[in-house]
Ligand binder design. Structure first.
Ligand code: ZN
Length: 316
């Protein structure tokens, strides 16, 4: 049965996971799953506020050439190289100047941004690419199946129609599954992990810092939002298989460190605190990654069962 008590778990599953029980958004007076599913603007305004998507955060070095330059709620990452810098994700449309400021605070020049890449084409990650491109002329590389969304500012989104549009941005390089982008010593591999959007992309960086190799993953595509139809009357044809292939692809990855477009996924604040004394060790979290993928997969299969009316756990 879908009721309010269900909502806290649901919000966790769909990425609105940082809801503080001490705030007004508790299961007893927060919106129901149906309300969030049916009212796009309610969903966005709640997520934006509760998860602090537009609040500035201090930038920080994660490991080697990888830096966090996002907001309190949203992950954006800078990869610095001798040949220029790469930016992954931007956040909401308002985030452009915050990212520029964060890059400067770290001692780098935003003018050295040469390439931009993305996890997926929604407003909370792709909102400020147009701004940054206009300011610094950086090129944009995007997975084939998200190109139309990026170049239209996510018009005609399969769930959000034209409710969450953002400044459209021209794509310079179209990526396919397994493609790599390279700049200086940084090599990033792009894996097509669709579901959340058609072109959702999981990035994997292989870096060497002081003689030690690190695999750093930025998983994407596995989350589904309120109102997504993942099995019955699917949000788009093939979405069920897309999600399952994505879970499989994510399970195959064995990162030492994982970061993501939503900070609560990988406990950004907690790790950042610990890193002050522990250094890079605080960011190492292969077990947390496996747990997160397993949770995403379970939440998805529960949703499939619910849509198909499968009842589970009934005593024989
Ligand atoms: Zn999204």
């Amino acid at each position: 049965m879908r009721n309010r008590a269900h909502v806290a778990g649901w919000l966790l599953a769909c990425g609105l996971g940082a809801l503080n029980p001490a705030t007004a958004q508790t299961p007893t007076n927060g919106p129901t799953k149906e309300q969030l599913a049916n009212d796009n603007n309610l969903f966005l305004s709640l997520a934006k506020k509760v998860l602090k998507w537009e609040e500035p955060a201090d930038p920080v070095r994660i490991v080697g050439p990888i830096y966090f330059v996002g907001t309190k709620g949203l992950g954006a990452f800078l990869f610095t190289t001798s040949e220029g810098h790469i930016l992954m994700n931007t956040g909401m449309p308002s985030s452009g100047p915050m990212i520029v400021e964060s890059i400067r605070k770290l001692g780098f020049k935003p003018e050295d941004l040469k390439l931009m890449i993305n996890g997926h084409a929604h407003i909370d990650h792709a909102g400020a690419f147009a701004y940054l491109k206009q300011q610094f002329g950086a090129q944009l590389a995007v997975m084939k199946d998200d190109v139309v969304a990026m170049e239209s500012g996510d018009r005609d989104d399969f769930k959000y129609a034209n409710d969450f549009v953002y400044p459209a941005v021209k794509v310079d390089r179209v990526l396919r599954d397994g493609d790599t982008v390279k700049m200086g010593d940084v090599l990033l591999s792009a894996y097509h992990t669709p579901g959340h959007t058609r072109g959702a992309t999981t990035w994997v960086a292989n870096i060497v810092v002081e003689g030690r190799a690190y695999v750093v993953a930025f998983p994407d595509g596995a989350g589904f939002n309120p109102g997504y139809r993942v099995a019955k009357n699917p949000s788009y044809p093939g979405i069920t298989d897309d999600y399952r292939r994505t879970h499989h692809a994510l399970e195959m990855m064995k990162p030492d460190i994982w970061l993501a477009q939503h900070n609560e996924y990988y406990d950004f604040e907690g790790k950042r605190q610990r890193a002050q004394t522990e250094g890079v060790k605080a960011w190492m979290d292969p077990e947390g990654y496996r747990r997160w993928v397993a949770e995403k997969k379970r939440a998805f299969e529960d949703e499939v069962d619910e849509e198909l009316g499968v009842t589970k756990g009934a005593p024989n």
